[in-house]
Design a protein around this ligand. Structure first.
Ligand code: HEM
Length: 401
């Protein structure tokens, strides 16, 4: 059975190449800036690739690790997620409140149903890797992120008393949803790649709680209008958990010689782009070194999306496509040396453009050319696998008719 979410992820990855190209052309002043395109650029990756992939693999991962049967595709959930996404793709660029609310509500419902599906998976929970709690907690943060995101341009941040809504939205989705789901995926992937668990259950439990509570502080902080009493402990907890996870990951990949291929570097280096804003945050808050706080807040999310989420997905999406679409038992991490250099150099140029104001346009244009090249390499790799799987499915149908 072809996994329909993974097909959609590869599709949105291909669309993301086009909008990266658009960003390069607008930075070179070749075409005018189009309203809503920055939103599309971010969300083709965050919703189109990341969320679709998560919906595609989480039920199978949880069931597989517990020794339960892989659940059949829930087409109701697929429909809600994808219909919601289409509504937002139309509604956000045209700032149409009815479409935005409809889109947000459909995706919210899809996430609720996915949580219900994951909780209902049987088998023996004690046999699992302990990843399910990472997934469930990440999805709860996604619900919070959707609630804030849907209200961002339709004005319900005020009745909900959200002090700094855009930051609260980014924090719930990045530090909450993406961080926790990525951590769960690493917990599930590493045994398949190295034959050993990523860490002891105790260590993983500590990482889980530090990440979950850390994300709570990081969401409540901007929600309460920039409250440092909750933000700072949240930051410290989340940062400690992320660094611990990264050390465990690097050790496991190194001990199995996996750094000989670009995929392991993609996974590990991707974390530089979520750690960097955290390291600069105290300098902005304490006003040290004349940091351009407003420019960092406006631009750094792009490096976070391409450098961290995108890069992590470059490594795991081809793996998922090979494992789930092609049923290849030898599936391995994706990415190549070109995509590795392009995505990291591109993200570095985005940051460079924040500080070198006079060179900002050419630096950002060059960055998006590089990020587009990295995306293209990822699409090529995942696309070849997907087309092979579709061809195989077509031949199977042809044989039976
Ligand atoms: C129903 C789902 C979602 C809705 C309605 C939504 C809505 C929005 C809106 C309205 C903005 C503000 C754009 C602006 O002011 O420039 C935004 C920004 C952002 N969102 Fe979402 N979002 C959703 C899901 C997500 C997810 C799942 C993620 C991450 C995993 C995410 C990450 C971000 C980021 C990083 C930004 C900042 C982009 C930038 O400034 O470049 N969003 N979102």
């Amino acid at each position: 059975m072809l996994n329909p979410y993974l097909l959609m992820s590869v599709f949105y990855l291909a669309v993301a190449v086009l909008v990266a190209l658009d960003a390069a052309l607008t930075s070179f002043n070749v075409i005018p800036w189009a309203v809503g395109l920055p939103w599309l650029r971010a969300h083709f990756i965050t919703l189109g690739v990341l969320t679709e992939s998560a919906f595609g693999v989480l039920p199978a991962f949880v069931a597989g690790r517990r020794g339960a049967e892989t659940p059949a595709t829930r087409w109701d959930i697929w429909l809600l997620l994808n219909a919601g996404l289409v509504m937002l793709l139309v509604g956000i660029p045209s700032v149409n409140a009815a479409l935005i609310i409809t889109g947000g509500t459909l995706i919210f419902a899809a996430v609720l149903l996915l949580i219900g599906q994951l909780r209902g998976i049987g088998g023996e929970p004690s046999r699992g890797t302990g990843s399910a709690k990472f997934y469930l907690s990440g999805l709860v943060y996604l619900l919070v992120g959707i609630l804030i995101g849907t209200g961002l341009w339709v004005g319900w941040s005020e009745p909900l008393r959200i002090g700094v809504p855009k930051e609260a939205h980014i924090h719930a989705n990045s530090w909450g949803f993406a961080s926790l789901v990525f951590a769960g995926l690493l917990v599930d992937l590493l045994p398949a790649l190295t034959g050993k668990p990523l860490a002891s259950r105790r260590a993983l439990g500590a990482i889980f709680w530090a990440m979950t509570l850390g994300a709570l502080g990081l969401v409540l902080g901007p929600w309460l209008g920039g409250n440092l009493v909750v933000t700072v402990p949240g930051l410290v907890l989340h940062l400690s958990a992320t660094v611990a996870l990264l050390i465990l990951l690097a050790r496991a990949l190194r001990s199995h010689g996996l750094f000989a291929r670009a995929g392991a570097w993609h996974l590990t280096l991707s974390y530089a782009w979520i750690l960097l804003p955290v390291l600069v945050a105290p300098l902005i808050i304490l006003n040290i070194g004349n940091m351009p706080g407003a420019d960092i807040e406006a631009t750094a999310p792009q490096a976070l999306i391409y450098g961290w989420m995108g890069q992590f997905l470059f490594a795991i999406l081809p793996y998922f496509a090979a494992a789930w679409l092609l049923r290849d038992p030898q599936a391995r991490l994706g990415g190549n040396w070109l995509s590795l250099i392009a995505v990291n150099l591109g993200s570095a140029l985005i940051w460079a453009g924040i500080f070198l104001v006079d060179l900002r346009n050419p630096l950002h244009a060059a960055a998006y050319v590089l990020l587009g090249a990295a995306l293209l390499a990822a699409v090529r790799e995942a696309g070849v696998i997907t087309l092979a799987a579709l061809r195989r499915a077509e031949q199977g149908v042809a044989r039976t008719t």
